[in-house]
Design a protein around this ligand. Structure first.
Ligand SMILES: [Zn+2]
Length: 335
């Protein structure tokens, strides 16, 4: 082979290799684990995504089962960053079944923060923040309610639960409650009183924390607080592009001060409208009031979306744009 031929072969090889690297890089940046292009982000898909995220980022992400729903689905906690940190931020989504886009949003945030782990967001290194403040996500707190909203009562596997559900009022698509017809955002041990009737929405339960999903969340909070401090809770719901960040006079001044910082951060990113103060009695049994007044933990609630729930997937891109940095920026308030 003469020198010209050798050189030509070498250059061709370089070109092929270059194209392969370029293609590979393109695929790497495009290959998201969490899909946000379809309407029904199901429990099966959610579980598969959690497995893949853990496999891809084993050093930065830990997945625990914190309990089971009434229909025996796993309730997952995803810990980002240093689980032994002194400070912890808790994110709770999908307490209401039909608000399942909040699961998709949290899963996308998790993947995005993991991808950016050794990079910066808003000028701060993500790894530095997560080393000081671990984030504990519960992306789906009501997987049974979501299964009902997405696929109807047939998705409930337990025969007696299914039979009882068929007698309850309300449309399955608009189902907010769990598989026992209890509203999981009215079942917390704060100014609890009985109210509503078993069905798609508004039933408080027969007693505070009667539901396995609420019990599991409280147990998780107790476990975290045994070894560290929960600096704040971010709660995701999905009606109206609004924000709950004000405190009633029952809150300590410190809780109120930090909650204010938290809502201002969320407001600056999302532009969501801040709602007026709610009295403890009008918010009886609500999770946010439980954290603020029973546990002295600062807490904000974000309601994503504009349309009726379940939100159309067409809303996802604008919701993502507003919310993608929210949780990490909240953690940055405490690092
Ligand atoms: Zn809700």
């Amino acid at each position: 082979m003469n020198i010209v031929k050798r050189l030509r072969t070498f250059l061709t090889l370089c070109l092929v290799l270059g194209v392969m690297i370029w293609l590979g890089h393109g695929m790497e940046t495009k290959a998201a684990i969490v899909s946000t292009g379809h309407q029904k982000y199901s429990y099966t898909e959610y579980r598969k995504d959690l497995q893949q995220l853990q496999k891809k980022y084993p050093e930065y992400c830990q997945v625990n089962v914190i309990g089971k729903s009434a229909d025996d689905r796993n309730l997952y906690e995803v810990i980002l960053g240093n689980a032994q940190a002194k400070k912890h931020l808790v994110v709770i989504a999908n307490l209401h079944g039909r608000e399942y886009m909040t699961t998709q949003l949290c899963m996308s945030q998790i993947e995005y923060y993991l991808k950016k782990y050794n990079k910066k967001i808003n000028g701060t290194k993500v790894s530095k923040v997560l080393n000081e403040v671990a984030i504990h996500y519960v992306p789906s707190s009501n997987p049974d309610g979501t299964a009902i909203s997405q696929f109807g009562f047939g998705a409930i596997r337990n025969k007696s639960l299914r039979a009882a559900l068929r007698k309850m009022p309300g449309s399955t698509t608009r189902w907010k409650a769990n598989a026992r017809g209890v509203d999981l955002n009215r079942n917390w041990a704060v100014a609890f009183r009985r109210g509503g009737t078993r069905g798609y929405a508004g039933f408080h339960g027969n007693k505070a924390a009667s539901e396995p999903e609420v019990k599991a969340l409280v147990k998780m909070v107790n476990r975290i607080e045994k070894r560290g401090k929960i600096v704040g809770v971010v709660s995701y719901h999905s009606t109206g592009s609004i924000l709950y960040g004000r405190c009633a006079s029952n809150a300590t001044s410190k809780v109120e001060q930090i909650t204010t910082r938290m809502y201002k951060t969320a407001q600056s990113l999302t532009g969501y409208r801040l709602m007026p103060t709610e009295s403890i009695s009008s918010a009886a049994g609500c999770s946010r009031e439980y954290f603020l007044y029973e546990r002295d933990i600062p807490c904000i609630t974000l309601e994503i979306g504009r349309g009726a729930c379940p939100l159309s997937i067409r809303e996802f891109p604008s919701i993502w744009k507003k919310n993608k940095d929210v949780v990490i920026r909240e953690a940055m308030l405490f690092d």
